[in-house]
Design a protein around this ligand. Structure first.
Ligand code: ACO
Length: 395
């Protein structure tokens, strides 16, 4: 006979506010709303740098010289193609497979083709990282074309990373301005300290598993609706609302039901996400360029009205995060809604790789440490003692 069980409170801190490791890669300043990659403000990088320069900065700890950038670009271009075997495997997936699942599977698949996979040196991790940064764009674009029944567009050696990605998706090189906007989007999404997916990658690497294992975990983490999956859901939400007239009703329905307005709020930035401030005017401009300003205008109104409703209902401020306006930016670029999160991964792979390299090889770290937090058991005991075993016919 089972005695009365104790049921202590269930807690989940989500590790909020805990510093669990040092990093030299980026700084996310909550109060000041600043995002800094290796000492450089995101606003300056978005204005001045290409994604390739940013990826070099994250991975090699410095902005490249002209010669270094030329070499880095050439290495990325050389690594853009994916093995024929992967393209053949992608053709076996059901056409309605979720693109993040396809990407995650492709990461494990590519591991089997990487000549450095068993090399545990820092140099090998960097080489593998460059391969993954280059190939993510190719995998995402190839999958989109395969599922639509179109021919895969091989990468172009002539275009930069962002423009080449858009080219592989549509088969046409983008207008210069659109290519540059994509370049900026990749810069904005490249890195964000210990967010859920990066922490996932670092946690896996802390076991000394290889880079591909860490990146596959990160892709899975990014797919969640509270993380990278939010940008797809922002666009779905805007389409569900459908018309400015319905914004007030939608906000009320969501807040009354304890639902979320996607793309608003952030676990760290409490005074606004600096990336959203760069993306909002880009969304406006792309709306003008494509002649379809409706989605930008709806977003702007939804932002303002949710802010007001939040103040009134909860007495707190809420701001758009990076996903809010990137949804309408990607939509205006003609990217399918369910590819928004994979596009995020096409950029964030650079941050993941930098973190894995830091986790394993940071010279300043005393020694790599396996992540192993403790949990508090709040499950059953039977009285003051453990439960006595009961044979199956007595339960
Ligand atoms: N819509 C409705 N309510 C919200 C939202 C939102 N978008 N964001 C926060 N809230 C609510 C919280 O539920 C909480 O309510 P409570 O006090 O009644 O429990 C209150 O506002 C305060 O929330 P915070 O503590 O500031 O936010 P938290 O750290 O818990 O969550 C998160 C951050 C998960 C991002 C949340 O804002 C959210 O779910 N937003 C929508 C999803 C989203 O856009 N995710 C992308 C994040 S950015 C990224 O991953 C790249």
């Amino acid at each position: 006979m089972v005695e009365e069980c104790q049921t202590p409170d269930f807690k989940n801190t989500g590790l909020r506010g805990m510093v669990i490791a040092s990093t030299r890669i980026s700084d996310v300043q909550s109060e000041a709303s600043k995002l800094i990659y290796r000492g450089y403000l995101i606003e300056d990088l978005a204005e001045e740098a290409t994604f390739e320069e940013v990826a070099h900065l994250l991975l090699n700890e410095k902005l490249p010289s002209e010669a270094e950038l030329k070499d880095f670009n050439a290495r990325l271009v050389k690594e853009r193609a994916v093995p024929e075997e992967l393209l053949a495997a992608l053709r076996l997936f059901p056409k309605d497979a979720l693109p993040m699942d396809v990407l995650q599977s492709s990461v494990a698949f590519l591991a089997a083709f990487d000549p450095d996979i068993e090399d545990t040196s820092k140099e090998a991790s960097v080489r593998m990282g460059i391969r993954l940064i280059a190939k993510f764009a190719t995998v995402v674009a190839a999958w989109d074309r395969i599922r639509k029944g179109d021919m895969v567009v091989p990468p172009s050696d002539e275009l930069g990373h962002a423009a080449n990605f858009l080219y592989m998706l549509s088969g046409k090189p983008p207008e210069d301005q659109v290519g540059r906007f994509m370049d900026i989007c990749l810069t904005l999404h490249a890195e964000h300290s210990f967010n859920a997916s990066t922490f996932g990658a670092r946690k896996v690497s802390s076991t000394q598993a290889h880079l591909y294992a860490a990146v596959a975990a990160a892709v899975g983490s990014l797919s969640g609706p509270l993380h990278g999956g939010a940008n797809t859901r922002v666009m779905k939400m805007l389409k569900e609302i459908g018309d400015k007239e319905r914004i007030d009703g939608y906000i009320k329905e969501q807040l009354d039901a304890g639902g979320k307005i996607m793309g608003l709020g952030h676990a760290v930035y409490k005074n606004g996400d600096p990336r959203a401030r760069i993306l909002a005017p880009m969304s406006k401009k792309l709306g003008e360029l494509t002649g379809e300003s409706k989605w930008y205008e709806m977003s702007a109104e939804l932002e303002e009205k949710t802010k007001a409703a939040f103040k009134e209902k909860k007495g707190i401020e809420i701001f758009p995060n990076v996903d809010f306006y990137s949804a309408t930016v990607y939509n205006a670029m003609g990217i399918p809604m369910d590819l928004f999160t994979p596009v995020f991964a096409v950029s964030r792979i650079s941050g993941w790789v930098a973190h894995v390299v830091e986790e394993k090889f940071a010279e300043a770290a005393p020694k790599p440490m396996l992540y192993r937090p403790k949990s508090e058991y709040v499950g059953d005991y039977c009285g003051p003692e453990e439960c006595a075993w009961e044979p199956i016919d007595k339960r």
